[in-house]
Design a protein around this ligand. Structure first.
Ligand code: F6R
Length: 585
C-alpha cells in the first residue's frame, strides 16, 4: 500500500528520497509524488503511474533539496489522478502532506473547514488545511499538527513539511512508520526496507507518536502516553540480500531462495518454537489468524494441530468478531503474517487482548511482531514480490516444527527436514522445468483454471489458485475434489484445465473427483510424486519429501503461476491493484 520516505539532514535529500521510494515500490501503488524544499521554494511534483515516470518527467534526480518527502499512493478515497496523488497542500501552498491510511471522520472535519478551498477528492486533504487553520488561529506549527493528529480517527500516519518552519513533523497512527538514523540526517519511512541502503539503526514508532525532525536530529513524543520509551534498534537485514541479482524478477528469485532456506530451518535455534509449544500445551483452543496466503497457512496449521488432537481453528482477521462470545479465557492465538502490518488482523487485535499470542511473522519490528507474547520469526529474508512465496513455505515448515514440539517428538521431523534438504531439486531438474514450460504455454490462454485436491492437497490448491489469479489475472478457483459434485462440476466442459494437486495423503480420494471431471472432458494436469497416466493428461513431477511434501509441490505451483504471468506479458512482481502489505481496512 502507500509508501512514505522523508529525509532532513545535512546532505542533498534527493538521492535518498529517490532511492528510498524505489525501494518502496514493491509495496504496490498507482501514483507517486514528492515535495522538495530547496531553501527558496517548496517544489511539489506528482503524477499517476510509476515512480520512474515522475522522476523522469520532472527531472527530479537533477534537483537539490535540503529536505523533502516522497510518497507512493494506493487509492482509497478519490480516484487515481494527478490531483489526488500526494503530497497534498493547504490553501497557501506552503504546507505539503503525505499520508498513509484512511481518515474515517474526514467528512465532518472537512465541513468544519468550509472557508478553505479543497482541490482533491482525498481524505488526506483535511490534514494540511486543518494545520493551516490552527496556525491562522495562532497555534505554533507543532501545536497545530498535534491537535490535528488528535482529531483524526482511523489509521492515519502522515508527514508534514511546512516551508516556513525548520522542523518537519511525522505522526504515526495505525499505519507503520519508523525513524531511520542516517550518518548525516534523519529518515522517516513506512517500511524499514527503504532505509537499509543507508542505515540499520531505527526507532520503531508507537501509535500516536509525534516526531519532530530537522538537519540537527529528531525528538519523539507520544501524544497519549508520555511514559512510552523509544529505543534505537538494529535491523538484522542486509540491503543487498534484497536485490534481484541475476534474476529477471523478485518473484522467481524468491521461489528459488526456498531451496537454501531449508538450511536455515535446520540451523536455527528452536527455543522460540519450544516456548510457543509450551504455551499451546497449556491452552484450551488454538485460533490461527491470518489473511490471504497467511490464512491458507492458518488452515494448514489448524488441520495439522487437529490431527494431533488439539482443538484448533483457522480464521481470517475480520472473522474474529463473530467469535467474540465463543473465545474462552484459556484460548490462545497464533497470528500469521508476512508483513506483520495487515489491518484486518490489527483491527481485531482487541479480541485477542487478554490472551496469549504467538506470532509467526517475517518482518521483525512490525506492529504485530511487537504485539505478541512469543515470536517465531520466519527469518525468510526480505520478500519483495507482492505474491508471497518463500514466506508461505517457511510458515508451513515452522508450523510443522511447532507440531513436532507439541507431540514431544521433534526428532523424526527434523530428520525429515534433513531429507528435504537433500531432495528439493524440483526446479533444478530440466524435465520438471520443461513440463512447467509446456503447461504454462497452455494455461496462458485460459479464461479460467480449476485447482483441486483433498485434505492438505486442497489447502495447497487454494494457494496455487491464489498465486495464479494474483500474478496472471486468470480466473482460478480451488475446490475440494470431493465437493466438486455438489455444484462446481457444472463448470466442467470440454478442454477446461484442471490442476490436480496430489499429496500422498489424498491420492485415493482425489482420484474419484478427477475421474468425474475427466469423464466430462476436463484436461487434467497432475502435480504429484508419481504419474497416473490413466487420469493425468499432463504431469509435473514433484519430488517426494516425506512430511515436507508441500514444499516441492508449492514450488511447482508458484513457478507455474510465475511462468504463466511472464508469458502473458505481466510483471509478476507488481500485479495490478495489489499491495505487499495491506494496511487499510
Ligand atoms: C498473496 C498475498 C496476500 C497476503 C495477505 C496477508 O500472495 O501476499 O494474500 O498473504 O495480504 O498479508 P500478510 O501475510 O503480510 O499478513
Amino acid at each position: 500500500m502507500c509508501g512514505i520516505i522523508a529525509y532532513a539532514g545535512k546532505d542533498n535529500a534527493v538521492p535518498y528520497l529517490v532511492n528510498g521510494i524505489r525501494d518502496l515500490e514493491y509495496r504496490g501503488y498507482d501514483s507517486a509524488g514528492c515535495a522538495l524544499d530547496n531553501g527558496d521554494q517548496l517544489v511539489i511534483r506528482k503524477d499517476v503511474g510509476s515512480v520512474n515516470s515522475v522522476i523522469r518527467k520532472y527531472g527530479v534526480e537533477q534537483l537539490n533539496a535540503k529536505r523533502g518527502v516522497f510518497h507512493t499512493r494506493w487509492a482509497t478515497h478519490g480516484g487515481i489522478s494527478v490531483q489526488n496523488a500526494h503530497p497534498i497542500s493547504d490553501c497557501s501552498g506552503d504546507i505539503a502532506v503525505v499520508h498513509n491510511g484512511i481518515i474515517e471522520n474526514y467528512d465532518s472535519i472537512k465541513e468544519s473547514l468550509n472557508t478553505h478551498k479543497f482541490s482533491t477528492e482525498t481524505d488526506t486533504e483535511v490534514i494540511p488545511h486543518m494545520v493551516e487553520e490552527k496556525m491562522r488561529l495562532g497555534k505554533s506549527f507543532r501545536e497545530a499538527v498535534k491537535e490535528t493528529a488528535l482529531k483524526l480517527e482511523g489509521a492515519s500516519s502522515f508527514v508534514v513539511l511546512n516551508r516556513n518552519e525548520k522542523d518537519m513533523i511525522a505522526v504515526k497512527k495505525g499505519s507503520p512508520l519508523v525513524i531511520g538514523l542516517g550518518e548525516n540526517g534523519t529518515f522517516i519511512s513506512s517500511d524499514v526496507q527503504s532505509l537499509l541502503r543507508y542505515t540499520n539503526k531505527v526507532v520503531y514508532l508507537h501509535d500516536n507518536d509525534l516526531v519532530t525532525f530537522n538537519d540537527g536530529g529528531y525528538t519523539v513524543e507520544n501524544l497519549v502516553n508520555p511514559n512510552l520509551t523509544h529505543k534505537v534498534d538494529t535491523v538484522d537485514l542486509d540491503y543487498h540480500s534484497a536485490e534481484k541479482g541475476k534474476f529477471e524478477h523478485y518473484m522467481i528469485k524468491e521461489i528459488y531462495e526456498q531451496i537454501d532456506l531449508v538450511n536455515s530451518f535446520l540451523e536455527r535455534d528452536k527455543k522460540d518454537i519450544e516456548y510457543a509449544s509450551s504455551l499451546i500445551k497449556k491452552a484450551n483452543r488454538v485460533y490461527l489468524v491470518g489473511s490471504g496466503t497467511s490464512y491458507h497457512a492458518s488452515l494448514y496449521g489448524a488441520q495439522l494441530f487437529r490431527s494431533l488432537g488439539i482443538d484448533a481453528l483457522a480464521l481470517q482477521g475480520q472473522e474474529l468478531k463473530n467469535y467474540g462470545r465463543i473465545i474462552k479465557d484459556n484460548d490462545i492465538f497464533i497470528i500469521i503474517s508476512q508483513s506483520g502490518e495487515t489491518s484486518d488482523v490489527i483491527a481485531n487485535i482487541d479480541y485477542m487482548k487478554d490472551h496469549k499470542k504467538i506470532g509467526i511473522i517475517n518482518v521483525e519490528g512490525s506492529y504485530l511482531s511487537r504485539s505478541v507474547d512469543a515470536l517465531i520469526p520466519l527469518k525468510a529474508g526480505v520478500e519483495k514480490a507482492v505474491a508471497a512465496t518463500k514466506t508461505f513455505t517457511s510458515t508451513l515448515v515452522l508450523l510443522r516444527l511447532l507440531a513436532a514440539y507439541l507431540s514431544d517428538d521433534a526428532e523424526p521431523i527434523i530428520n525429515d527436514l534433513k531429507l528435504l534438504k537433500l531432495n528439493i531439486y524440483n526446479l533444478t531438474v530440466p524435465s520438471v522445468l520443461e513440463a512447467i514450460e509446456r503447461v504454462s504455454d497452455r494455461l496462458k490462454d485460459d479464461k479460467s483454471i480449476i485447482y483441486t485436491g483433498t485434505e492438505d492437497g486442497f489447502i495447497l490448491s487454494l494457494e496455487g489458485a491464489l498465486k495464479m489469479k494474483e500474478v496472471s489475472y486468470i480466473h482460478a478457483e480451488a475446490f475440494d475434489s470431493s465437493s466438486i459434485k455438489h455444484g462446481p462440476i457444472a463448470l466442467i466442459e470440454n478442454g477446461i484445465d484442471v490442476i490436480a494437486v496430489t499429496t500422498k495423503n489424498s491420492k485415493e480420494s482425489l482420484a474419484y473427483g478427477l475421474e468425474e471431471m475427466k469423464a466430462r472432458g476436463a484436461h487434467i494436469i497432475g502435480i504429484s510424486e508419481e504419474n497416473n497416466p490413466k487420469l493425468f493428461d499432463e504431469f509435473i513431477k514433484s519430488v517426494p519429501a516425506k512430511s515436507f511434501e508441500f514444499y516441492p509441490l508449492l514450488m511447482v505451483l508458484q513457478m507455474l503461476a510465475y511462468r504463466t504471468a511472464v508469458k502473458r506479458g505481466i510483471n509478476p512482481d507488481k500485479p495490478r491493484n495489489l499491495a505487499k502489505s495491506v494496511t487499510v481496512k
